[in-house]
Ligand binder design. Structure first.
Ligand code: SF4
Ligand code: SF4
Length: 352
């Protein structure tokens, strides 16, 4: 197989000293248990593709795709290498070699035809103002929620402005390894959303944009709320909740204390799950796994949901809309013993 993208990661792949520190928190290894399910095993597969010692196959592609990009391995790695970046490059080389899957192609066709992951015509609820706010596909689809979340910013003294025709930032083709489609979507995104500084409502978008657009400087909505909320004198809700750290927020953006402090600011107590903060288990929704293998994604979500249930809290709060969706599905299949909410919902309640 001809490799184009893995070349950039040759040093990182060689730096892996096979120490296995990365095994401990990897949700895929915990779920499946084979060496090829570990971060180390996946680096070896990628290296094999790079050197030509391994021929690409559906089995290898499956293993390379079975990563939620939860970033747990990055923080444990003794050689400081980024397995998700290596796997993104491996995915891109596999796509070039023809390893394309129907579920991915269908999703990306939707992005291409409609500008969002749902394949529907979606517009941001209009809100004139000065500071651009990017909703992202998942909040575009939840326009009533998005309207309230935009209003939070108004209540905090800002003048938020939505952009009706915003489109996907390019994350889905980016994580699945479709380089040409990613570049095309990124160009369209810039055309429709021509701002360098803006507020981003979605965890996944802000993380992707910071990583893959060198010229953009988005602020995550929670950063803005964290700064401004104390001045707004929020109502005290008097709830007890548990909080799920989305991978991109806790490990990705190093924001563990901020959501918890916000909970305190609005009068909510929180009970921690068995794993939390930088050690929090993944909900299974990231890295494209939700579309690659829904059943596998749900197995991981079920485990995380159980941890939430074990806390005894009746409300599970999170930030990422994909975590919210995955965990809410698990709550639903278990008779809604726990209510899954976005932290933005609670903040809105406290500011009404
Ligand atoms: S990013 Fe997460 S799922 Fe992927 S290899 Fe690392 S620990 Fe495992
Ligand atoms: S922790 Fe890092 S260096 Fe050690 S085996 Fe895992 S990927 Fe390789």
């Amino acid at each position: 197989m001809e490799v184009k993208y893995l070349k950039d990661w040759e040093t990182e792949m060689n730096t892996c000293i096979r120490c296995a520190y990365c095994f401990e928190g990897c949700p895929m290894f915990k779920e499946k248990g084979w060496e090829s399910d570990t971060p180390r095993g996946k680096v070896v597969l990628a290296y094999g593709l790079f050197t030509g010692q391994l021929e690409p196959s559906d089995y290898i592609a499956e293993k390379i795709l079975e990563c939620t990009f939860c970033r747990d391995c990055i923080q444990r790695c003794s050689a400081n290498i980024s397995v998700p970046d290596i796997l993104t490059a491996a995915r891109a080389d596999l796509v070039e070699a023809g390893f394309k899957y129907d579920s991915h192609v269908n999703l990306l066709n939707k992005v291409e035809s409609s500008g969002n992951i749902f394949g529907k015509e979606l517009k941001a609820p209009p809100h004139p103002g000065k500071t651009p706010v990017l909703l992202g596909c998942r909040f575009l689809e939840r326009s009533d929620d998005a309207k309230r979340y935009v209003e939070i910013l108004t209540k905090l003294g800002m003048e938020p402005m939505t952009v009706e025709d915003e489109v996907c930032c390019g994350m889905p083709p980016g994580v699945l390894g479709y380089k040409d489609k990613t570049n095309k979507q990124k160009a369209l995104f810039r055309e429709r959303f021509p701002y360098n500084e803006f507020i981003c409502m979605c965890t996944t978008c802000v993380f992707f944009i910071r990583k893959s657009y060198t010229d953009l400087n988005p602020t995550y909505i929670i950063e803005e709320i964290y700064k401004r909320l104390p001045e707004a004198n929020p109502r005290q809700l008097g709830l007890t909740v548990t909080y799920h750290d989305p991978c991109n927020v806790g490990r990705g953006m190093d924001m563990v204390k901020e959501p918890r402090k916000i909970l305190k600011m609005i009068g909510c107590d929180y009970v921690e799950m068995e794993t939390f903060g930088k050690e929090a288990e993944c909900c299974g929704g990231g890295g494209g796994v939700l579309v690659t293998d829904r059943e596998l994604s749900e197995k991981l979500a079920r485990k995380r949901y159980r941890q939430a249930l074990d806390t005894g809290a009746k409300i599970l709060v999170t930030l990422c809309p994909t975590c919210e969706l995955n965990l809410a599905n698990m709550a639903k299949e278990d008779g809604n013993k726990i209510e899954v909410k976005n932290l933005l919902d609670l903040i809105w309640e406290a500011l009404r």
